[in-house]
Design a protein around this ligand. Structure first.
Ligand SMILES: *Cc1c(COP(=O)(O)O)cnc(C)c1O
Length: 481
């Protein structure tokens, strides 16, 4: 056997390459409460239950108990008096199961559809792709980026099995008008899912004083049939835990899968996973018990204060606050999206921020929506928000100085004319080089991503998807040297 300390040292060296998960400077992907002792407790619970198997709750009753405890807390939070729930591995799995359950509740519909706003999380497109449910994308209000209930009503057909909307949307951080959308769904006799993956553990804890006037969006709204809430976001638990709640046990029933038609144990599952580590659930149980309601009230207010400080300093007009950038819409929760005027671009700002130790996530232009810079504010970012705003001011100034990246119009035109379905591997190798994602020697991410992102930003969505799949496919290759 190898020397264990040597392996430990290599793990630590590998981790050095990553974005920091704690410290509040990574403004997407990770969530930091700033409570180091609670984090330690979460990691202990994760390790303690890492080998337990949620496959069979009668063999591991501790996991069933913890699942029911966490669901009880969530149902209370979301006003779900009769609600039931399931722990899943993440927001995407919760969304997949919500769509699958809605589809299977209507087996008589041969070609099921779901009506969703264009701002719905891509997890719904994944569900559509996996489960053969056609997504009917409905444009949002061009000013507020919120879903348009009337337009959604017009998109409902006899084949609609689900309406869905967000609280809030990932890209712009606004809550859709859930009461109106749920009413449309109820009237049509269709399920209505609220994707509160990122807001579900924040919005309920913000008092009326701290909060923009967000209309109700949880089970208190008639017609809402299911809600997804991620614990590995704003419940600040280690990765691998989300919840899918249904208003009643009847609504959840089609979510279950059983298979007795084989010679092994009767498979009985509530989620996509079968063998399922008890670690993430135990960690979520421990962290939510430890932080508790009053703790989450403080954390939610702290993250919200950070978001409001960013929004007010940046400003909602080009010339107030930080010139040349503005918040695209006032944030309803803890997510802020920034856009630029024509003097600079968000991709260069992202590179400049990274050089100053801040990770912000560029979002590409989509339909009538401009490219934006996405900022997820954690509680742990709030104490550093002044420093962040200083770095942002410098980064915008540097981006204006550099000027916006101009994509060669010929290149953009050529990209628009390409049909990715006709391209072979060699063509993708060439395109990856052209895009700056590969050099002569194979894949190489450039120091500055802005030129790559600016190019991807003008590529039609199918080409961008195909190109990034080709990139990932080449990244994920065994190292045989
Ligand atoms: C994060 C998120 C998801 C997907 O969750 P994962 O945990 O990344 O799988 C879905 N919807 C919204 C609104 C989200 O923010």
């Amino acid at each position: 056997m190898r020397d264990l300390d040597e392996v430990r040292a290599r793990l630590a060296a590998l981790q050095e390459q990553d974005l920091p998960t704690h410290g509040g400077r990574t403004l997407a992907y990770v969530y930091d409460s700033g409570l180091a002792e609670v984090d330690r407790l979460g990691r202990e619970a994760l390790a303690m239950f890492a080998s337990s198997n949620g496959l069979d709750p009668t063999a591991f009753p501790s996991l069933l108990q913890m699942e029911n405890d966490v669901v009880t807390m969530a149902a209370r939070l979301l006003d779900g008096e009769q609600a039931v729930g399931t722990v899943t591995s993440g927001g995407t799995e919760s969304v997949l199961l919500a769509v699958l359950t809605a589809r299977d509740a209507r087996p008589e519909i041969a070609e099921p559809q779901m009506v969703v706003p264009t701002t719905i999380h891509a997890a719904f497109l994944k569900a559509a792709h996996y489960f053969g449910v056609e997504p009917v994308l409905v444009d949002v209000d061009p000013e507020t980026f919120r879903a348009d209930p009337e337009a959604m009503r017009d998109a409902v057909t006899d084949s609609t099995v689900l309406l869905a909307a967000s609280a809030p949307s990932y890209a712009h951080g606004v809550v859709d008008p859930i009461p109106e959308i749920a009413a449309v769904a109820a009237e049509a006799g269709v399920r209505c899912h609220v994707d509160a993956c990122i807001g579900g553990w924040v919005l309920p804890y913000l008092s009326a004083v701290d909060r923009a006037s967000v209309p109700a969006w949880d089970f208190s709204v008639p017609g809402v049939t299911s809600v997804s809430v991620d614990l590995h976001k704003y419940a600040y638990t280690p990765k691998g835990v989300s919840l899918l709640l249904h208003r009643t046990p009847e609504l959840r029933r089609p979510q279950y899968f059983a298979a007795a038609n084989w010679p092994g144990y009767t498979m009985l599952n509530s989620t996509l996973q079968s063998t399922k580590s008890g670690g993430p659930l135990a960690a979520a149980w421990a962290v939510t018990q430890a932080i508790g309601e009053s703790g989450y009230v403080s954390l939610a207010r702290q993250a919200r204060a950070g978001a409001l400080a960013v929004a007010s300093t940046v400003g909602s007009q080009w010339e107030d606050g930080i010139p040349h950038v503005r918040v695209i819409v006032a944030p309803d929760s803890t997510l802020v999206a920034l856009e630029t005027d024509e003097t600079c671009d968000v991709f260069t700002i992202a590179d400049e921020l990274l050089a100053r130790g801040w990770f912000a996530q560029p979002q590409m232009a989509y339909r009538a929506m401009p490219a934006t810079l996405h900022l997820t504010l954690s509680a742990a970012t709030e104490p550093h928000v002044e420093e962040f705003l200083g770095s942002l001011l410098e980064s915008v100034a540097a981006a204006v100085e550099a000027g916006p990246i101009e994509v060669d119009p010929g290149l953009a035109e050529a990209a628009a004319a390409l049909d990715p379905r006709t391209l072979d591997d060699a063509a993708f190798d060439g395109l990856l080089q052209l895009a700056g994602l590969a050099g002569e020697e194979g894949l190489a991410l450039p120091e500055r991503m802005a030129p790559v992102n600016a190019l991807l930003n003008v590529a039609p969505a199918p080409l961008r998807e195909a190109l990034l799949i080709a990139f990932l496919d080449r990244l994920q290759r065994p190292d045989r040297d």
